[in-house]
Design a protein around this ligand. Structure first.
Ligand SMILES: *Cc1c(COP(=O)(O)O)cnc(C)c1O
Length: 380
């Protein structure tokens, strides 16, 4: 699905010396590289504060801790996402309220959010799924009207740009009150181990969060709040700092691959190629509205699991993200959920398939993959 070895080959000369430097200096924890990366990412995103941490799941949890959410507070999030999002809500003894998504961009449905709001609702967690932003303009309006926090789960969309209806633009992860991201190796900006970060423009919240990531300390050995230990180690920061200047180029490579996939597949009636959000009309050369963390097709009247097997039998990896709606996962079932409220996710889990998507895809590979898909559909 990803070609991290191929990507590394292209940046080895930049990455290796910076890792060596950390080892030579033995500055493994909280070294200068962590600060350097933090500053560079703040500049790239145009956000006031980046707080690095150990992984994207911690980032979400710490963001929620920083906002002071209390047990019993309801947090609305998407039913169609990676479990980390709902997991941390539950871990903090907040009440997850899963809601349906849009059939076109797979992102959280604004109407479903509106329906789910109760007097106990305290926050909304839009997940920018597969590389494009949820409808942040509407979500921020709802949040303002109901006095809710918005925590963007930006693990899959770093580098994406959100376009407002009036044409204004903002980087994903800089629109809500706080955002989280992951630097897991296969993410669009991945390190060589685990890593994550929290972003915010709120000075007071940033201060609170900087203490939480460090055992609740604001002054050495003074523990003012219950915190956690969540650090980005210096070697990972060095890798990320070396890779950050390539992020836009990498995202362009993903978009270029997506355009080629689209061209090969969009005429097939049983296939719906990925849709870009309504303020963005196409995956154009000069636009970053979708950074294709995943390239996900919807299949109509195709034996999806048969296609997965067929592609695998030709050494083509593919993925089903996600095969089970979160509201049907054993850990997150809740008698308050009504199947009729999840018509879209219940359908998507049967129809979606994600194709190999990374920065090193070659035209011949795309041609081979799309030809095999066409072959399967023609013969089944
Ligand atoms: C990857 C991911 C996470 C978790 O990130 P980790 O670094 O693996 O903890 C959270 N949310 C979403 C949507 C993700 O894709």
């Amino acid at each position: 699905m990803v070609d991290l070895k191929g990507q590394y080959a292209g940046i080895k000369d930049v990455v290796n010396p910076t890792i060596q430097e950390i080892i030579d200096n033995a500055s493994f924890i909280n070294g200068p590289k962590v600060h350097e990366f933090q500053k560079n990412l703040e500049t790239y995103l145009g956000v006031k504060h980046v707080i690095p941490c150990a992984n994207g799941t911690d980032a979400l949890q710490i963001a929620m801790m920083g906002l002071g959410l209390k047990p019993g507070d309801e947090v609305i999030t998407s039913d169609f996402t990676f479990a980390a999002t709902v997991e941390v809500i539950a871990l903090l003894q907040l009440t997850p309220v899963l809601v349906d998504v849009n059939p076109d961009d797979f992102n959280i449905s604004v109407d479903a959010i509106k329906k789910a709001i109760t007097p106990k609702t305290k926050a909304i967690v839009p997940v920018h799924l597969f590389g494009q932003c949820a409808n942040m303009e509407e979500i921020m309006k709802i949040a303002e009207a109901h006095n809710l926090y918005v925590i963007e789960d930006n693990a899959q969309a770093i580098g994406a740009t959100y376009t407002y209806a009036n044409g204004d633009k903002a980087k994903s992860g800089t629109i809500g009150h706080v955002a989280s991201t992951s630097f897991f190796p296969s993410k669009n900006l991945g390190c060589y181990g685990d890593g994550g970060a929290i972003f915010t423009n709120d000075d007071a919240l940033a201060h609170t969060i900087r203490g939480i990531v460090n055992h609740g300390m604001y002054e050495r050995y003074h523990h003012d709040v219950v915190g956690v230990n969540s650090r980005l180690d210096s070697i990972q920061a060095a890798v990320l700092n070396a890779k950050l200047p390539f992020l836009d180029t990498y995202n362009k490579a993903r978009q270029s691959a997506a355009r080629k996939y689209n061209k090969a597949l969009e005429a097939i009636p049983n296939i719906t190629t990925p849709q870009v959000s309504k303020n963005c009309t196409s995956i154009c050369e000069d636009c970053d509205c979708h950074v294709f963390h995943q390239y996900t097709l919807k299949l109509n009247n195709v034996d999806r699991d048969g296609l997965v097997k067929y592609l695998n039998s030709h050494d083509i990896p593919c993925g089903v993200y996600y095969p089970i709606p979160l509201h049907n996962q054993k850990a997150y079932k809740d008698t308050r959920y009504n199947e009729a409220d999840f018509t879209v996710t219940n359908q998507l889990v049967k129809e979606v398939i994600s194709l190999p998507m990374h920065t090193e895809l070659e035209d011949e590979q795309i041609e081979f993959i799309t030809n095999k898909i066409k072959e399967f559909i023609a013969n089944n």
